[in-house]
Design a protein around this ligand. Sequence first.
Ligand code: MN
Length: 460
Amino acid sequence: MGYDEFLHKINEAAIKLNSLDKKPIRIIGHLDADGIASTAILIKALERQDYGMSASLVMQLNNAFLEELAKEDYETIFFVDIGSGFLNQIEKILHKKNVFILDHHNYDGKAKISIHINSKDYGIAYDDVSASGIVYLFCKALNRTNEDLAHLAFIGAIGDMQEKNGVVGLNRIILDDAVRSNKIGIENGLIMFNEHTKPLHKVLESSINPFIPGVTGSEKGAIDFLKELGIEMLNGDDYRKLNELDDEEIKKLVTGITLKRLGSYEINEDIFGPVYLLKDESKESIIRDAKEFTSLLNACGRFNKPSLGLGMCLDSEVIRTEALNLLDDYRNEIINALNWFYKNKEVFEKEGFVIVNAGDNIRDSIAGVLAGIISKSNMYEDGRIIVVMARSLGNETKISARISGNKHDLDLRRILQESVNKTGDYIAGGHKQACGALIPSDKEEAFIENITKLLSKIAA
Ligand SMILES: [Mn+2]
C-alpha cells in the first residue's frame, strides 16, 4: 500500500496552501456525514490560521454551480468528499482558481492543474480512510495542533461505515490520535444498541440496527417482548436501562431478538465489542456514542440542514436542541421506512437480489439509508444485492444500491451505470459497493427491466 506516497502528497498540498497569499477560502463539501465532518475539520483548521472562509454543502455538483463559483471572488477553492467524479468539469470551469480536491470516491480521468488527493490513487482500500480522514491528515500536516480534530475524522469514517469490520489502516492511526487527544474513549459494551441512557423498552422500540420485527417502532410491541422473555422492565418505580441487565438477561434478550428475526439470516456479529464514546459529551447525552453523533450528521444531511451538523461539530450550543430534535425525526422516519419494507418485502424479493420500488412510501433522501440498513441487517445472505428506489418531489426517482454482507468483490457501480445507460443518458455515482443514481420517474419500469436482466445474469 502506498501510505508513504499518499502522506507525501498530502504534505505537498499543505505546503502549497501555505505558499499562497492568505486570502479567504471557499469550501464545498458533500452533504452527508463524512462531508459535513470533512468541512468542519477544514473550517476549524483554517480558522486557527486566521483565514476567512465560506462553506457550502451540496448533494452533487453540476456545471451551473461551478460556473457560479468561477464568478466568485475567492481565489482558492477546496472540494471535500466530493469533486473527484467531476474532475474534468472542475478543471475546465475553475481553471483560474487554485483548486484543492480531497476525496475518496471512484473516478475516471487525471488531474492536470488542481491539487487532487484521492486515496484510490494509492491502492488504499475503502475501509482504510474516509474523506474526513484525508482532510484531517491534511490539516495535521498544516499544524500539529489540529490533532484535537481527529475525533471528527473518525465520526466521518463511521458515516461511511468504515468501522464495521474493525478499525484498520489510516483510520486506526486517526482513532489513536483521537484517544490521545482525550476526545474519544473506547469501552467494551453491547454493540447492538447505541443508547445506554434510555429505558430498556424504549431502546428496543427505537432499535434500527438490529431491526426487530413487531418491536421496532411499537412501544406496546417492545413491552410485550420483554414480558415474553421474562425480563423485568422496572426496578421499583424506575424503568431499567440496558446497562443494568445481568449477563443472563442479555443472553435472553439476544436470543429473543434472533428468534424474532427467524427466517432472516442469523445474527453472527459479536454481541460485545468496542463502543466509541465522545468524551466532551456528558454521560446523559444521547450522542455520547460516536455512532449516534454520526446519525445526527446523517439526519442533518438527509433533511438538508447542514448548518446544524456543522454547528454540532464546531461545538455550537445554540443549535443543539434543534439538532437533537432533527435526530429524533430522522430515527422515526427510518423506523417507518423499515416497517413498511418488512411488511411488503416478499413483493420485491428475487433470486440473488431485491428491488424495492418504494414510490412515495419512503422519502427519497432515506432510500440510501434503507438500502444500507437492509444490507447490513443479516436479513439476507452475503452477496444479495439491494436496490431501493424512491420518488422525490420533482418527478425524479432516486436509486440506491448496496451489497448485503461483506462480499465486496462485485463492482455494483458499474452494473448500476450499465442499467441507467440502457435506460437513458443518466449517471451513476458512488463506490463499488454503495452507489446511486437519479432517473425521471416515468423511466422506473424501464430501469427495473434493465437492471433485472443484468442482475439475473449474475445470480444465475
Ligand atoms: Mn465519504
